[in-house]
Design a protein around this ligand. Structure first.
Ligand code: CIR
Length: 261
């Protein structure tokens, strides 16, 4: 399931420093540094994925680099989301143009359903959908009608489900080691699937990006890096550390700057 052949990425808006932030960062977003970090990140993606489609930025959409939220692609079907934050809704315009070109089967989510792709975790067994401040039950039902094996998970704190958890291996979920993470894991483990769980102390590191036999993790959080590095090496995978400090300031994580399929 990690052998993706294609990826969508989106270049940075010149207005990225005006992106939506849950909490105002101590230091403002540095656009130049964000460009450098994004270039390194996308270079890794380009090395790992054969077809990388780059969608041009839109300066009216400061958050457009977080393309993960605009669509969910699985099984040759693409759902174009109705993003949960009103300022982000126009981001789908250029994304849908690209998806039309790619000839995937498209589905458009409409009001009252809302959903951000950051709330969607596709595992080997099922699709978990965070019910969060951005994704509602109608958004979940919409995905369920299309993809079938879909399960809702309530996200009380945190922007998205994948702000708190991510998938490292077919059956292994990385989670932040705090009450919010614990609450999510209790819900996830309430069926007989039985995922393996890796806990990390830093919420920034709960979101890892697995592509083929590589796992990208956040650089700059030593305790979590050590835990993840050991787990990744034990599985015979390659660990790639990337610094995304400017994206963290805007509540972004590693999975959020691409869509893999
Ligand atoms: C937002 O608040 O929507 C953006 N500043 C961050 C979105 C991050 N998306 C993601 O992790 N999937």
């Amino acid at each position: 399931m990690f052998n993706y052949t294609s990826a969508l990425i989106r270049t940075l808006s010149n207005n990225f420093p005006k992106s939506i932030c849950k909490h105002k960062p101590l230091e403002p977003i540095n656009l130049e540094k964000a460009h450098q970090q994004h270039t390194i990140y996308t270079d890794h993606i380009k090395k790992l994925i054969t077809n990388v489609y780059t969608i041009e930025e839109d300066d009216n959409c400061p958050d457009c680099v977080f393309i993960e939220d605009t669509c969910v692609i699985f099984d040759n079907k693409a759902v174009i989301t109705n993003l949960g934050h009103h300022l982000r809704k126009p981001e789908i315009i250029k994304v849908q143009e690209k998806l039309l070109e790619l000839k995937l089967e498209l589905f458009w989510m409409k009001e009252p359903a809302t959903l951000d792709g950051g709330d969607v975790l596709i595992t080997n067994h099922e699709i978990l959908v965070g019910i969060s401040e951005r994704t509602n039950m109608d958004g979940y039902e919409f995905l369920k009608d299309i993809f079938k094996k879909v399960r809702p998970i309530l996200v009380k704190n945190g922007l998205h489900l994948k702000s708190l958890i991510s998938l490292l291996d077919y059956n292994t979920i990385v989670v932040v080691d705090n009450d919010d993470g614990q609450e999510i894991i209790q819900q996830i483990q309430s069926t007989d699937i039985g995922y393996d769980i890796i806990k990390v102390p830093d919420v920034e590191c709960a979101n890892v990006l697995r592509i083929k036999n590589c796992v990208l993790i956040q650089k700059g959080f030593l305790r979590s890096e050590n835990i993840l590095e050991d787990e990744i090496c034990d599985r015979g995978l390659e660990c790639i550390k990337v610094e995304m400090s400017e994206f963290i300031k805007a509540d972004g994580a590693l999975t959020c700057c691409n869509v893999l399929f």
